[in-house]
Design a protein around this ligand. Structure first.
Ligand SMILES: [Zn+2]
Length: 437
């Protein structure tokens, strides 16, 4: 059966009746949720906005669209991606699937192939996939090792304008912390990022002068008024304490901006007292954390002929227990860091739920792919189902979380500003000419 409810736009209100919404995403009705995972509601849309969410049974009448118990989510927010690396797999794969191989392969591919046109084509492809899956906000890291920053940042800024109103974009400059320029070179580097509306960041791993380098990056962020987003401790190395050092630097400098840190895999192999020390300082510094479980599963504890035991996805339940905001995000797609992926946040949420046991109880975890990352991106009114919010919705045939997470939900309906999107996933063949095919 093809499921196409008769939802249409126009200037008359649209009533969606007999829907379910995740209780975690509908704060106005939390009182009636009574601890349940979902709430039965009727939703009215008008002028591209949600104008009413009421307990089911209120909004009957002519022209109503009966969702027959189906779940409604707000549009997804994906706060950690790599649009500039995406989809290079056909020309640059990862023959052993390991982290170091991925790093080297991407660097070679970048030096040889990343013209403005190459980056633009692959970014556009990835964005069309994300849009079709129901995502409206994306933050992407952008490989910014000079001279690539002068190629990729203008492309990113143009894409952000071209996609405004479809998918809103933020960019973060990604560079190895040991590659960070010094002196006047640092300001020249940061100027390129700032001029294109980006944020600063770095990949952080154990090196001798880590503290001094972090301090230099924080100082630059303050001088230019930029927020920070790091990759930290993306390894099963108990000696990797990058997350803690970032948090301590934030406290020591009184950093006024926002700080996000992704990965923190090393916490999964550290002693409990070490972990507690780190989480205490992370909570005090007001840092938000992003877990990237699909990429971690792919790269961590990979050894030829040996089944992985350690999976690397960080300790999100302990973080949530200390009120550290945690988001779940995609990370890489079809590049040497991850051979698969399609920027489908339902796939990511579904995998995270299973890998990290984000169920029984479900708690607030649906917010980790919607409300929490939207707030990290400075859009606290998004990723939430409330009166006045933009009518950016994903409608599922599934009625419960068991039904939702059992299947891929390829028949979902994406509503953008009150209008049903014509969901078409881009065809991989479109990019064949980039790979000499
Ligand atoms: Zn990443």
């Amino acid at each position: 059966m093809v499921w196409r409810p008769g939802l249409s736009a126009g200037d008359r209100p649209v009533r969606l009746i007999d829907a379910h919404v995740p209780a975690a995403l509908c704060p106005a009705l939390a009182a009636v949720a009574g601890g349940r995972e979902r709430i039965a509601v009727d939703i009215t849309l008008a002028d591209g906005r949600v104008v009413a969410i009421e307990p089911a049974g209120q909004a009957r009448g002519e022209g109503a669209t009966d969702l027959d118990g189906g779940l409604v989510f707000p549009a997804f927010a994906d706060v950690h991606t790599h649009l500039d690396k995406g989809h290079i797999w056909p020309r640059t794969d990862n023959p052993d699937g390991r982290f170091g191989t991925a790093l080297n392969a991407c660097e070679i591919d970048r030096r040889q192939n990343w013209t403005a046109e190459d980056v633009r084509r692959r970014m556009d492809f990835a964005l069309r996939a994300a849009e079709a899956h129901g995502t409206r906000l994306i933050r992407t890291h952008i490989d910014s090792s000079p001279p690539q920053h002068r190629i990729s940042w203008p492309v990113f800024a143009a894409m952000r304008e071209a996609w405004r109103g479809r998918v809103e974009l933020q960019g973060v400059a990604l560079i190895g912390i040991d590659e960070l320029p010094e002196g006047s070179d640092l300001d020249a580097y940061v100027s390129v990022v700032a001029d294109h509306g980006g944020m600063l960041g770095a990949a952080v791993y154990p090196i001798d002068d880590l503290d001094a380098r972090l301090k230099r990056l924080f100082d630059a962020a303050v001088r230019f008024g930029l927020d920070l987003d790091f990759h930290a401790d993306e390894a099963l190395d108990p000696e990797a304490h990058g997350l803690r050092r970032i948090a301590e630097t934030a406290l020591e400098t009184g950093f006024p901006g926002q700080i996000t840190v992704g990965h923190a895999c090393s916490l999964t192999v550290q002693a409990d007292d070490e972990v507690c020390r780190t989480l205490d300082v992370v909570a005090r510094a007001g840092i938000t954390v992003v877990t990237l479980p699909l990429c971690n599963l792919y790269l961590q504890d990979r050894h030829p002929g040996r089944t992985p035991r350690l999976r690397g996805a960080t300790i999100v339940q302990e973080m949530a227990g200390r009120d550290i905001p945690v988001a779940i995000a995609s990370d890489n797609t079809r590049d040497p860091f991850y051979a698969y992926g399609d920027l489908d946040m339902l796939e990511v949420y579904r995998a995270a739920t299973r890998i990290l046991h984000l169920d029984h109880p479900l708690g607030d975890w649906p917010a980790a792919v919607t409300r929490v990352p939207a707030a990290m991106m400075g859009e606290p009114g998004r990723g939430i189902l409330e009166t006045g919010a933009p009518a950016n919705l994903v409608l599922f045939r599934a009625r419960s979380f068991s039904e939702l997470l059992a299947r891929g939900q390829d028949d979902r309906i994406v509503v953008r500003d009150g209008v049903v999107l014509d969901r078409v996933l881009p065809d991989y063949r479109e990019l064949d000419d980039l790979f000499g095919a």
